[in-house]
Design a protein around this ligand. Structure first.
Ligand code: GDP
Length: 521
């Protein structure tokens, strides 16, 4: 197949949601359609032998959450879909945020009873910063939920995003009858179907069809007529341009658990979601998708496979055809490297790939070479916009169980920090050990576990009362005119850790010449 055909059939996306909205369930159904897995319950290794891949860390099993994250690839109706796995647990939000830098679109998954929740808001902001097109899928329609109009208003008020219904629910909870499909004027009837089967469609003749009259009570039919009237006359019509610009969001209703509305959503998704496209460069200009091979690393992960103790760098291909064994420039290291054993995930299987295309995610075995943001290029040295770091919100000090293990500790912490698990801050004026920061607390548990098992360096962690880090532009504040703790990050950038917003504001007021940034430049 030609390069351009391969690109046009690809869709690379992530699901953003609050924990429990049903992301795992939805992912599982999508994989079932593609045949990438053959039974429910295989994702996240909830049962059976399928979970060997994700048991690289005991924490994951102990807490029953997924801390590994990559991308899964599957095919459906001639399309190749790369679904970026975004850990649902809020403590892993920094990884989740970063996955969005590799996505071309996102699906915002809402629980119909809860609407927009905290984690959804945070993730939405990142998707918006990248101007990603956003689909909205309202889940759990088989349970009582909020009025659809209320959800539409909420999305608009919070995000300034116009949600435009593509389908519309009829009834809710135990009275849920199905969804009205605006494009066809038909009804998808809610019945519990086996995985992979489509819902029954009724009402070829529109709302006056006898089939529909038999299905709905007169009150339900009247309500539906009113709702259709509202959609057609009050809400803006769907506009693909507005969607691609991130201003409109096509809205779908369904129930992932009951496999209702999922296939229909997937088909609409494939038709509307953008294929991989050019990516802007840091110094202006952009890389076109059909340029020679380029890719950037958005995630580094250690020891996914206990037997191998390897580190994997996940790189999103931006342009060109990738072929196994090809040479590419590692731009930061200014060195040409041979890409020999890249792998991808298909469902739960990890396989070596021979070729790959823009939008695909390569897992590169990494002997300590790759960092987040690194670029691989067969098109000469170039840099994409930086993969953002997020300001930590939790901080700890560490003590070593064995004070003689300082060297091993520093090496371990540096390596793990390069993967983006934690951030390292050195108190100004000298200290034997750094303060560590993370977006979520669970990241410290991961660090602690890995220091012990991989670097034989058990540590004791003590929470610190800081709530935020701000990086300084313009030097250090005047002595005795600041609150908080002066630190340098691992690159030597000056920063301050603050215990609260009052400290930050007051320090800013007393040092008007300094600029405070919430991530390093
Ligand atoms: P995640 O945390 O977003 O990955 O959510 P899960 O997929 O693990 O789902 C959370 C809970 O909601 C599980 O108990 C699911 O079985 C349940 N769930 C998911 N989708 C639906 C749905 O459509 N209807 C109902 N009633 N429950 C659902």
């Amino acid at each position: 197949m030609q390069l351009n055909e391969e690109i046009q059939r690809r869709r690379t996306f992530a699901i953003i949601s609050h924990p429990d909205a049903g992301k795992t369930t939805l992912t599982e159904k999508l994989l079932l359609y593609s045949g990438a897995i053959d039974r429910a319950g295989s994702v996240k290794g909830r049962e059976g032998a399928g979970h060997a891949q994700s048991d690289w860390m005991e924490i994951e099993q102990e807490r029953g959450i997924s801390v590994t994250s990559a991308a899964m690839q599957f095919e459906y109706q001639d399309h190749v879909i790369n679904l970026l796995d975004t850990p649902g647990h809020q403590d892993f939000s920094e990884d989740t945020y970063r996955a969005l830098t590799a996505a071309d679109s996102v699906v915002m998954l809402l629980d119909c009873a809860k609407g927009v929740e905290e984690q959804t808001k945070k993730l939405f902001r990142v998707a918006r910063e990248r101007a990603l097109p956003i689909f909205t899928f309202v889940n759990k329609l088989d349970r009582p939920g909020r009025e659809p109009v209320e959800l539409i208003d909420e999305v608009e008020e919070l995000f300034g995003l116009h949600a435009v219904p593509m389908t519309w629910p009829i009834g809710s909870g135990t009275d849920f009858k199905g969804v009205y499909v605006r494009a066809t004027g038909q009804i998808q009837v809610f019945e519990r179907t086996k995985a992979g089967r489509k819902a029954r469609v009724a009402g070829e003749g529109g709302l006056d069809d006898p089939e529909i009259k038999a299905l709905l009570t007169p009150a339900e039919l009247q309500q539906l007529r009113d709702d259709v009237e509202l959609m057609d006359h009050v809400l803006p019509p769907f506009d693909l341009e507005e969607f691609l610009a991130g201003r409109q969001s096509p809205l779908f209703f369904g129930s992932a658990l009951n496999n209702f509305g999922v296939a229909e959503f997937l088909e609409e998704f494939l038709a509307m979601a953008p294929a991989p496209h050019s990516r802007p460069l840091k110094d202006g200009g952009e890389v076109a998708v059909d340029a020679p091979f380029t890719a950037f690393v958005f995630k580094v992960q250690a020891n996914m496979n206990k037997a191998h103790r390897d580190r994997v760098a996940f790189a999103r291909i931006v342009s060109g055809r990738f072929e196994r064994g090809m040479d590419a420039l590692h731009v930061r290291g200014a060195k040409s490297i041979k890409l020999n054993y890249p792998h991808m995930f298909f469902g739960r299987d990890r396989v070596i790939v021979d070729e790959a295309f823009p939008g695909d995610i390569l897992g590169l075995i990494n002997p300590g070479m790759f960092r987040i943001g690194d670029v691989l290029s067969a098109a000469g040295p170039l840099e994409f916009h930086a993969v953002p770091r997020f300001s930590p919100e939790q901080f700890v000090s560490v003590r070593l169980a064995d004070p003689g293990a300082r060297k091993g500790f520093l090496k371990g912490v540096q390596q793990i920090a390069e993967e983006g698990v934690v951030q390292v801050f050195w108190p100004r004026g000298g200290a034997p050990l750094p303060i560590l920061g993370a977006v979520g607390r669970l990241q410290f548990d991961v660090l602690q576990h890995r220091l012990k098992t991989e670097y034989a360096c058990p540590v004791i962690m003590e929470p610190r009362g800081f709530q935020m880090a701000r990086w300084l532009q313009g030097g250090w504040p005047e002595p005795s005119r600041f609150w908080g703790e002066l630190v340098e990050d691992s690159e030597g950038n000056p920063a301050i850790l603050f215990e609260n917003d009052w400290q930050r504001r007051t320090t800013q007021e007393k040092n008007p010449d300094l600029t405070f940034l919430d991530h390093p430049q």
